[in-house]
Design a protein around this ligand. Structure first.
Ligand SMILES: C[S@@+](CC[C@H](N)C(=O)[O-])C[C@H]1O[C@@H](n2cnc3c(N)ncnc32)[C@H](O)[C@@H]1O
Length: 311
């Protein structure tokens, strides 16, 4: 019975893949860069292959989700793509392929010696939704610069990559390039704070910042901390899509969809948001549910449910 249930979950998971890929394969996505269906299929194949070849901390669905966000960026928005936290380089290899397709430089930051000594707060993290306690020690998740470089040469595109070796607190303060996309897969709250403090001012309006620890209470809470954002960046917290359980890419414990990934957007243009008057009652709006992607080049949330007077 247990095996049957696991099989059932696997089938559901596989059946969901076309839904997760629908925005990526939308004809408008990547059109500005001349990225058509054939190129997308090749990229998808390479990403799946890379995730099978390189030991990884993240999944190809998560990489495709980020690829979609990057190739939807208007060409006119200048800037580089940034990764903080490479491990053996699978997400770096995949993002390097995406950057090459849209002619963007790719900046990779890592100690290339694994995690630093954890602070008291980072010795363990709570994942309430998964019922897990993640514990950390110095030196784990280590991928050396040689390993990451070799993997990108073999499986990605090294020509547009630039490596920044060292702890974030030492390297990021010197980084001054306009940024259009930031991917932070850094495990610790302290590491995330360093990344956000130095990258947020460089991130262009309407652009996304992703975290791979959205399900961690210690990480998600940063994106809602009035005090931290006021003190460090003199602004209000942007919030986090997927806070506490991640974007729903995989079935967690058989009961609901979850993942490690979450994102936020800097100063999103609310002109693209659907206005939904809250006047009571819920009706499933099938027409809007069937529409797959936004017309905006930048991400604009498409609300699937609208509310109306209750009967
Ligand atoms: C979970 S791994 C990244 C996984 C990778 N993105 C993947 O998809 O396989 C976390 C990485 O963050 C790096 N890291 C964490 N905190 C850091 C810090 N303060 N300075 C530099 N590197 C750090 C570690 O060296 C490690 O490579």
């Amino acid at each position: 019975m247990h095996l049957l249930f696991r099989l059932y979950r696997l089938v559901i998971q596989i059946l969901c893949i076309p839904i997760f890929l629908s925005d990526y394969f939308n004809r408008e996505t990547g059109k500005e860069y001349g990225i058509g269906t054939w190129t997308k299929l090749i990229l998808l194949y390479k990403m799946i292959r890379n995730n099978m070849k390189i030991i990884s901390g993240s999944s190809f669905i998560e990489h495709i989700h980020m690829a979609t966000a990057i190739i939807k960026l208007p060409k006119s928005v200048e800037g580089v793509v940034v990764e903080c936290g490479s491990y053996k380089g699978v997400s770096a290899a995949n993002l390097s392929l995406v950057c090459a397709l849209c002619d963007r430089k790719f900046e990779i930051f890592d100690s290339f010696e694994g995690l630093p000594e954890p602070s008291a707060q980072d010795k363990s993290h709570v994942l309430l939704s998964a019922g897990e306690l993640h514990t950390y020690t110095k030196g784990t998740w280590c991928g050396t610069l040689d390993e990451v470089r070799a993997n990108i040469i073999k499986y990605g595109n090294i020509n547009i990559c630039h490596f920044n070796k060292g702890y974030f607190v030492d390297t990021l303060p010197h980084f001054k390039k306009k940024t259009v996309f930031a991917w932070l897969d850094v495990d610790y709250r302290s590491s995330l704070e360093d990344c956000v403090q130095y990258l947020w001012p460089l991130l262009q309006d309407g652009c996304s910042l992703y975290t791979h620890e959205a399900a961690h209470s210690e990480i998600a809470s940063l994106f809602f901390s009035e005090e931290w954002w006021k003190n460090k960046l003199n602004t209000i917290p942007p919030g986090l899509v997927g806070a506490g359980c991640g974007i729903g890419f995989k079935i967690l414990s058989g009961s609901y969809f979850s993942s490690s990934m979450g994102y936020t957007i800097k100063n999103p243009d609310k002109i693209n948001f659907n206005e939904v008057p809250q006047i009571g009652g819920i009706k499933i709006n099938l027409q809007s549910s069937m529409r797959l992607t936004s017309t905006s080049a930048l991400r604009s949330p498409e609300l699937k449910i609208s509310k109306r007077d209750s009967v």
